[in-house]
Design a protein around this ligand. Sequence first.
Ligand SMILES: Nc1nc2c(ncn2[C@@H]2O[C@H](COP(=O)(O)OP(=O)(O)OP(=O)(O)O)[C@@H](O)[C@H]2O)c(=O)[nH]1
Ligand SMILES: [Mg+2]
Length: 269
Amino acid sequence: MNKKADPDRPSGTSQAPAAQPSPEQRALAWTHTARFLTTAAQLHHLPPPDLPEIAFVGRSNAGKSTAINTLAQQRQLAYASKTPGRTQHINLFSVGLQQATDQLWADLPGYGFAMVAKDAKQRWQKVMADYLEHRHALAGIVMMVDSRHGFTDLDRQLLDFVMPRVARGEVGLLVLLTKADKLNRKEATEALAAAQELLAGLATEVSDIGVCLFSALKRQGVGDAALQLHEWSQRHAATAVHWTAPPEGADDGLGDDAEDADGASGAQP
Ligand SMILES: Nc1nc2c(ncn2[C@@H]2O[C@H](COP(=O)(O)OP(=O)(O)OP(=O)(O)O)[C@@H](O)[C@H]2O)c(=O)[nH]1
Ligand SMILES: [Mg+2]
């Protein structure tokens, strides 16, 4: 059957134009570029804080590595250890084009595993705490919370710990309620509402706090998380341009804690 010409369509445009990628598709194409950069056992092993970093934090087994792999659409980018709590390192991933990395992801050791020797636990928890408190490059925190359990005491302690920087608007916070596929619709709605309520109590006028249900299995929340990460990288890019040529004598914008966090002279953490 012959198609009739559409009188409203100008001639020569009978084919639909190629669809533009949506912002979510663009964000996912960007997160797909994630690749391993380096491992650091101590803060001073980290690369210079030139790029905005996003810390992935959460209780051990909450689904951090899986979330990183799901966002990157790669099976084994982040190593999911069979022995929980073994990792005492910060694993860094680069995101962006090869010659134009515009964000780093930091997979931090999970917390809350009682089985781990106390001294090892304290050692890595100090590395994690120092990183979250002092790393100047930190632009955002993605916190994984098992949707079936909600915020545990340890999660609340971590929230309290990072809130000063989040409340000042210096660091964004995105909470992913993981393993949402294990909840029915009602439970998922309740888990989201409970998390929203808790986080609303922490929000300030300048804070940037978000929360969403997340499932690696059903790919739920993946697009939203990618959009947030992408937005954080773009916001930093705009800020970085602003910072390239501050007026003479102007404040460097780093605030009082721009000094060395660990008391060592030289490079900032
Ligand atoms: N059903 C389901 N299982 C998940 C999901 N995300 C993670 N898991 C499972 O949860 C377990 C822990 O996931 P990981 O990603 O290794 O957790 P982690 O937070 O990195 O754990 P540590 O490395 O010990 O800190 C694994 O068996 C995953 O397959 C999800 O969205 N749905
Ligand atoms: Mg892991």
